[in-house]
Design a protein around this ligand. Structure first.
Ligand SMILES: [Zn+2]
Length: 352
């Protein structure tokens, strides 16, 4: 069972206090920023191959596109992107660990690197956060990013066998647990379970997070972020925002919200629904619009920021940032546009 009786982590109350005073800013997209660097296979592996067969990070698989590996092979590049986001106004920096589970790293033959990826991912973000704080004196926090993995526990990938599952709850719980242990060991202040398209996967991540908290004897704030994948306003596993909230509220998350998929404009009604039912803080970080025919994002910083400002004006949000296609300029514009508005008031029943 989930235990809520653990003491809070050292930075928990400071983050909660800051969230009472203003809308906090989350950073923007790492993946689309890395794409602009046009890195080669040699850049990804730092050496042309992942070390020798005796190395614990050995893999015969090509690594180009394994963005998470860069925290080990190009840590400075990742840190520089995170620093740009921090100086643009982000209070919370996400670790570059979206796919750092044994399940997702199996595609690259790097299951054995998972612990190091998560520890290093948190350390790199922490360095960027501390560099920004040294420049402007503002506190910054690191959110250990936990992605959905590339397998779903509630839906069969085989149309001819609807009962089949490519992954079980316990597989996910174990993989997430290993990831979250590493994220905490590396110095994460929060745990961000994001881009949730399957609520059962998210429940496994929540369960794993509390098991990890029990191991270290302290509870970190958890951010939970679903993604709406179609115009009907449901997650891929078929839930409305209201149903999604009722599936995860037992975790008493620090925030619940939406990210990715739809741009800010299409996200607004779903966010309003969530804000209407959730007795905790709301976090929104949309893409820079919908991708164009080439998979690129066209919304300018000003356009995205004006749409996110609507969330703030309507009293819907406590944390705002950007997902795919958002650059440091998008985050700067979002920070400026939401600054005049008070954070959303949480219903009185909340003890989170
Ligand atoms: Zn996204």
């Amino acid at each position: 069972m989930i235990s809520l009786s653990l003491p809070r982590s050292p930075s928990y109350d400071a983050i909660a206090k800051a969230a009472e005073e203003r809308i906090l800013i989350l950073d923007g997209a790492m993946g689309t920023m890395i794409q602009t660097l046009n890195m080669t296979e040699e850049d990804f592996t730092a050496s042309g191959h992942i070390h020798g067969p005796s190395c614990r990070h050995h893999s015969d698989h090509p690594q180009k596109g394994n963005n998470d590996l860069l925290v080990l092979t190009q840590p400075q590049a990742v840190e520089d992107i995170q620093l740009q986001f921090a100086l643009a106004g982000a209070d919370i920096l996400e670790t570059n660990t979206f796919s750092s589970t044994t399940i997702a790293q199996a595609d690259y033959g790097l299951e054995n690197a998972v612990h190091d990826l998560n520890v290093a991912g948190a350390q790199v973000a922490r360095r960027a956060a501390d560099r920004a704080t040294a420049q402007d004196g503002k506190p910054r926090w690191v959110a250990g990013a936990v992605g959905p993995t590339n397998r779903t526990a509630s839906i069969s990938p085989d149309v001819n066998d609807p009962g089949y599952r490519a992954v079980t709850f316990d597989d996910l719980r174990s993989a997430y647990g290993q990831q979250i242990d590493g994220l905490i060991a590396g110095g994460s202040d929060l745990i961000l379970i994001e881009t949730i398209f399957d609520t059962l996967n998210a429940k496994a991540a929540i369960f794993a997070a509390f098991e990890s908290f029990a191991k270290v004897g302290r509870q970190l704030p958890i951010m939970i972020s679903g993604t709406i994948t179609d115009a009907s306003g449901r997650t891929l596993s078929g839930q409305t925002p209201t149903a999604f909230w009722h599936s995860v509220r037992h975790a008493r998350p620090f925030t619940v919200g939406l990210n990715c998929a739809l741009g800010a404009d299409a996200m607004r009604p779903h966010l309003a629904e969530l804000a209407g039912v959730a007795d905790t803080r709301i976090c929104a970080y949309p893409n820079a619009g919908l991708p164009n025919a080439f998979g690129q994002y066209d919304e300018t910083p000003e356009q995205t920021a004006k749409l996110v400002e609507v969330f703030a004006r309507e009293g819907l949000i406590n944390v705002a940032g950007g997902c795919c296609g958002t650059t440091p300029d998008h985050i700067r514009a979002i920070a400026e546009h939401v600054a005049p508005y008070a954070p959303r008031q949480i219903k009185e029943t909340a003890d989170v």
